[in-house]
Design a protein around this ligand. Structure first.
Ligand SMILES: [Zn+2]
Length: 448
């Protein structure tokens, strides 16, 4: 791969320039800004590689860029997204979010870490391969969507409508990844799922003087009583039947989790806490974080919360709750269990509003693509990667991978200071070139 690496070096300035052009183009899914323009840029870049590429329209959503290249060997699907998070708050950016700037070997712009850097690095790796190694030993299949940052709302229907195009891939390189705080490269093979709901309670037709609390029901208390039945003081989730659906993690997943470095003291210090819940510690904390579902009150709203006092009896109360899901707890199942749990306790008046869900995803840690990614990472980073059976966060991997029986692995050019979703998002250019090299080695290992 010497010639590959030399090619990357010789074209380094142009490669960074191409990423800068892509990052300069806003593509904010939440605000519907610039999505089609950005999709067209990705399509054009694919075509310059010699790939067949087109935009597949999605009813009511942003188009998906679909590309194919190569005519022999196993099929590697590449999943990325061209949309980015909103740049706000703008005043916290050192330089404007869509005016990419290089400082101290880092490229700053919204989307460079999540996910335009990885998108572009992988395309450039294929260019470098074709220029120096000849034909591809793999068939590549790109799926680059434009709604990841708003929960991939149309990806499920896209997969349903295009199953014929997507089926049969032998592995998938998922969108993102980073080095950890100790600079170790990380690979992940799955994600937790999520179900996000709002619980709403209504009382009187309007806010009242709190002296009426003797005879008028208070929706804030109703909500508190209902919420208190979802989890006990020992952190045990008490939604009827919820934990019965938690599948024990496979032994290979536990075995790799064993190897995950865990700097407990540093983490506690950075969070400003003395201990984790129930004093959980060491491996137990790692396992709980990776393999157990959650039930989290994300926000509460009712009555007066401003300065000073206001004696009011609120007419409504609302809580936002997320449930992070593990196999086999699917979003619809979690929603149904929650509804039945509340009804059984007489909380039929509590409205549950579905704010969207994604099923949990988990690929084998020893799939062909995961093993190829491990080899590639070892070569590029000169050290074995830390393999995570799944992340504790969520994403749409289930629809594209688990559902179609395609194993996945994820890696990318981020680092612990990438400020993903935050002001001054950035990547280190050295990591960017490493990801190009990683993609080259992955093509080689997966095609071997
Ligand atoms: Zn993101």
């Amino acid at each position: 791969m010497d010639r590959f690496n030399q090619y990357v070096e010789a074209n380094a300035d142009r490669f960074v320039g191409e990423l800068i052009s892509l990052a300069r183009q806003p593509s904010i899914a939440a605000q519907g800004i610039g999505l089609r323009e950005t999709a067209e840029m990705v399509r054009a870049r694919l075509e310059r590689l010699g790939a067949t590429a087109r935009l597949i329209e999605v009813e009511g959503g942003a188009p998906v860029v679909f590309g194919e290249l190569g005519d022999r060997g196993p099929t590697l699907m590449i999943y990325n997204h061209y949309d980015v998070q909103p740049p706000e708050p703008l005043h916290l950016w050192t330089t404007p979010a869509f005016e990419p700037a290089i400082r101290d070997g880092k490229l700053y712009a919204r989307g460079v870490a999540d996910n335009k850097g990885n998108t572009m690095a992988r395309l450039q790796a294929v260019e470098a391969w074709l220029a120096t190694q000849g034909d591809l030993p793999v068939r590549l299949r790109w799926v680059v969507e434009g709604e990841e940052e708003v929960g991939s709302v149309h990806l499920e229907s896209f997969v349903e409508a295009n199953e014929g195009l997507l089926r049969g891939a032998d592995g998938c390189l998922w969108e993102a990844g980073s080095r950890d705080v100790a600079e170790r490269p990380m690979l992940t093979c799955g994600l937790k799922g999520i179900m996000y709901v709002e619980l709403r309670v209504r009382g009187a037709s309007r806010d009242l003087h709190s002296s009426t609390a003797t005879i008028v029901p208070n929706p804030a208390w109703r909500l508190v009583w209902a919420l208190s039945t979802l989890k006990d003081e020992h952190d045990r989730i008490t939604i009827d039947g919820y934990l019965d659906h938690v599948a024990p993690p496979p032994s290979e997943a536990v075995a790799v989790a064993e190897q995950i470095p865990f700097d407990e003291a540093a983490l506690k210090q950075s969070y400003g806490i003395d201990q984790f819940i129930n004093g959980v510690t060491g491996r137990e904390a790692v396992y709980k974080n990776l393999f157990m579902p959650t039930c989290t009150i994300c926000g509460l709203d009712s009555g007066y919360t401003g300065e000073g006092s206001k004696t009011v009896l609120p007419s409504q109360a609302m809580a936002k709750v997320d449930l992070r899901l593990v196999p086999n707890l699917l979003p619809d199942l979690a929603l149904r269990l929650l509804r039945e749990h509340l009804d059984r306790r007489g909380f039929t008046d509590i409205e549950i509003i579905d704010r969207g869900g994604e099923p949990p995803a988990r690929s084998p840690v020893d799939s062909k693509v995961a093993l190829a990614a491990r080899r590639a990472a070892e070569i590029v980073y000169n050290q074995p990667p830390v393999v995570y059976p799944n992340m504790s966060g969520s994403g749409p991997q289930y629809y594209l991978c688990d559902h179609l029986g395609i194993p996945a692995v994820s890696s990318g050019c981020g680092y612990s200071g990438s400020n993903v979703h935050a002001p001054d998002e950035n990547i280190r250019l050295a990591d960017y070139f490493d990801h190009i090299r990683f993609m080259g080695e992955l093509i080689r290992a997966f095609g071997a």
